[in-house]
Design a protein around this ligand. Sequence first.
Ligand code: IPT
Length: 954
Amino acid sequence: MSFRTTATDYVEDVSPGSGALPPRAWYASSDATSLSLNGSWRFRLSATVDAEDDSFAAEGYDAGDWAQVSVPGHWVLQGHGSPIYTNHLYPFPVDPPRVPTENPTGDHVRTFDLPSEWPSDGGAVLRFDGVESCARVWLNGTDIGEFKGSRLPHEFAVGHLLKPSGNVLAVRVHQWSAGSYLEDQDQWWLPGIFRDVTLLHRPAGSALDFFVHASYDHLAGEGTLRVDSDVDGRVLVPALDIDVATGEPVTVPVRPWTAETPRLYDGELVTEGERVPLRIGFRTVALEDGLIKVNGRAILFKGVNRHEWHPEKGRALDLETMREDVLLMKRHNINAVRTSHYPPHPAFLDLCDEYGLWVIDECDLETHGFTEQAWRDNPVDDDRWTPALLDRTARMVERDKNHPSVVIWSLGNEAGTGRGLTAMAEWIRGRDTSRLIHYEGDIDCRDTDMYSRMYADHAEVESIGRGLDGGGLKRRELPFILCEFGHAMGNGPGGIADYQHLFESYDRVQGGFIWEWIDHGIKDERYTFAYGGDFGEELHDGNFVCDGLVFPDRTPSPGLVEYKKVIEPVRIEGDGPAGTVRVRNAYDFADLSELAFEWSYQVDGETVEAGALSVPALAPGESAEVKLPTPPADGRGAETQWTVRAVLAADTAWGPRGHQIAWVQLPVIDGVLTRVVRSDGPVPGEQVITLGPAAFDARTGALRTIGGVDVTGLRLDVWRAPTDNDNGAPWQPDARYGLLWRKLGLHRMQHRLDAVELGDDALTVRTRVAPAAWEVGLRTVYRWTSDGTRLRLTVSVSPEGDWTLPLPRLGIRLGLASSADRVKWFGGGPGEGYPDTKSASMVGRWESTVDELQTPYVRPQENGARADVRWAEIGGLRVEGDPSFWFTARRWTTEQLDAAEHLTDLAPGNTVWVNLDHGQQGIGSQSCGPGALPQYQLRASHAEFSFVLSEIHD
Ligand code: IPT
């Protein structure tokens, strides 16, 4: 006897569904009427698929006492149930295609009238652009079908069911279904009708599906257009004088579409019953000479992986949010998007066409959790699932085939290997020969047109670039991309400049895509932003879901600012003392005519003169030497430098005139450090020792005051609140220093006082700084001298014992009164920088508050250091470095920062803690990638560094 009702069998059926129309191109008609069914819907949540029968779908059912939810939306973000975050583990037992009995099921009802202008003839189509994960649909009591494939459109013919008024649309959505096994992407599980629901009138003789073929012959400078249409009609492109029949090719001189020069031609497909707007971009994508070429030229991806995310709406994005993503990308020099790991809302691709971004459009497919059972039973290697895979492939390709921005189809992500993937690739090759195919899991490139990897370290990328990576014959002839690299979790990613250098050095390496665009933090009063585990999930992956270049609210993180600098499309180099610059156009297609160049000259970080620099409109790949003007008179001991910038010469679609694209700073003369001539000596007193303007504790030698400035807790500091990249991921091969440092006890160093020595002209404090339980230690000597008004502190550090680990940081920390609020400095800024993340740190004079110095990583961790600081002023104290230093100030201790799990755990105390660091360990990308490269590691070795401290008298 079966105890399951057959009425719900579709939920666990491997088939993609039934009743839907064949997939086709997605477009907004010029003249056919449509009705948005977005808005408030009646909603009822049940714990299982069959807790309630389907009588709610019948006409006349009164859902008036149900709750309401917004469509598009996820019910778990609207007060019904909770989100769940797992990276690759399925949050249910793996027993495909079965899912748990506890299967949150949301019944949605919406009634609607047809607008008065709704034509009485023709048909109608009901379109769902995205429902997670499985839905059954009734219109006016008639069951019209069920479907899976969360981020893909499904349409139903409903003309025969519509009434002028009182239509009842009922949709039953199940959180878990057989489809969930194909949707194991690293993201929140968020059920609901999360994209638009639209009713489309289909006039008689209206277009069904159509395919715009628009290629570009770069030798002839001509485009060939052919629009194939299921319904015959004409194709009009007024700007090109085109008026041809569908199916008929026409070749005319055109300007091509590229991500850098996104030329679109407006056209129309006119059939008997409908006018369909076309936005045509002529471009040819080819695999040629082992390279990905567009319009005859190899391209370099400066990309990001983009998940759809909004901190309150989840994956239900509105158009303005999508536009914000595109504008932010363009303004940060990004030229490519991989739509990880599913086709995005179709409007996003319209924006990519319009503003210019290369797109890898990825199918809604990931079966990553099967890795836990050595990929046994993987649906992509089981013929029973192949129809579902092909359905997903067709829905993606048919929906998105008319976008010039889409240059590559991706079969999916982290789905192992199998026949199903091959079937998908073959289906695509049979349907669309004008684009290339990507899939990272296909290590031998059996089905793909490029060798793609994720998180390969620098050395491996270099060997691939040199063609020394081996692999089969086919792979060896293919180009290489890093579909994921530079894991932007927390502070970082580090080392991306080093990657970019490799991308620009080896033709075969055609760039990469940072993982990922945005932190998927959920806005939450308890935490500011919530992450995995914050909703009581029994299984979760914590803050691994917050690994983006922008924070959940889309504020750029320092990682994005760094990436912008690293990938700048104009390379400016030069010789400061000689006053020459070399400008190279690093675009693939655009010349430099849209850019203006400016020079400025700084004396001690202050700009004293500036002007325009004339640079020829270089073609891609070209460079030119340009002479700078005669520098202003010498700054007498001051540090001087040139800054040269490339900016937008005029407003563009995505950025205002003056928007900075690229820059360089060229040092001219090094600054002369303040000398402290030892004139005073330490004077012993009863409680204190005085030295120049300062007083020290007589017993411990600890600094107490400098003039009127109170100082507490000045001592050596080697600890930082480990970053996500310090902690690393368990599967990474490199050492996980965050964990090893803690094991060694670097967060609980003991400071043993060995001597306080009063010399003729110096106060010397000798200490040994070491963690309990181990023999390693740091002999640390603080040597104080003064010229009567200033103090000079020289710290020398000698490691003892067998130090096998790098240090997190090396410097001093000190506490100032909480009134120390404003900070001024001369050095790197305006944002943070670490040894391998400071390409974007610009030397200048900067000002901030202590609060603004903090970078609000969703999970608190080390942040906010300003690099290469010559001097800083805070709380009445001036600190000059010899040599320059890393400056950090915060209203909590490193220990408190370390203990915090969420931003709301950080409470300002009575002290502002300042770190003046001689060294910092690099950041790397080990939260999912290689650690800091050796040249950015802070080895424990003998070090000596000095600071000149003085009270500021206004
Ligand atoms: C890789 C995934 O493709 C991506 O979705 C994300 O999980 C990323 O890692 C880490 O944030 S999978 C890699 C860990 C093997």
